[in-house]
Ligand binder design. Sequence first.
Ligand code: GSH
Length: 239
Amino acid sequence: MKETRFAVAMADAELHMLYTCPFSWKVRGLTDYLGVKNNIIQVNPMKIKKTLPSSPEWTKTPVWVESDGKIVVDSTPIMKHIDSKYNDGELWKTSDEERRDKWLEWVDLHMSKATIPILYGSLFSALKTTTRISKLEKFGFISKRLYAWAGFPIMWGIIAKKRVKKDGRKPKKLWHDLLSEFTDAFEGKPYFGGDSPNLVDFAAFGYMRSVSPFPQFQQLTDHKAGMEWYNSLENAIKT
Ligand SMILES: N[C@@H](CCC(=O)N[C@@H](CS)C(=O)NCC(=O)O)C(=O)O
């Protein structure tokens, strides 16, 4: 279903993304699942404002550019756009719009806030994260080194500490609670969307997927229901 649909569609849409950006992964998981071919433009994190095609009005990743030049911004609207254009809106259709909308909002509100604490919540994990990010992202020669060493005290000391304190839970506990709450809403099915995933699944997947290149991901792997969902979605995306 996926390949044929895209075979007739345009081949050169662009996804401007940061490799470690959770919002970018919401879109990337979806395009991979649907088989929507696109050029992935990995943005230099230090040059976002200068290089994004949506700049200066919108200076955040992800940004989606259609082959006709139409620019779509903001991860959730991008997901809806892609599903509607390449998939007849199948992943957005539901018999219970209230449930879908409520949970999409929940995912965007809560899961988005859980990535920073787990990645930067302690000084050591912050160091591991910035070092890894400096390797994964497309930095320049100097900014790569600067980011790895100067980035972690900032992320830990200023941003993550405040978030962890505000929530009150350890980052691992926060993730486990969120995964339980989310998977409990599946009503006995393998996905939020039922027997197959829908856009709410892909939104949640993006947040979790963005943590996966980091060693802290290990802290999530003992959440049974969460991992079952994550792994089966990952397999569905690959096949
Ligand atoms: N609501 C936006 C948030 C996007 C966002 O905050 N992206 C981050 C990277 S993960 C970014 O580009 N930050 C740069 C900035 O805020 O200047 C979405 O869902 O796409």
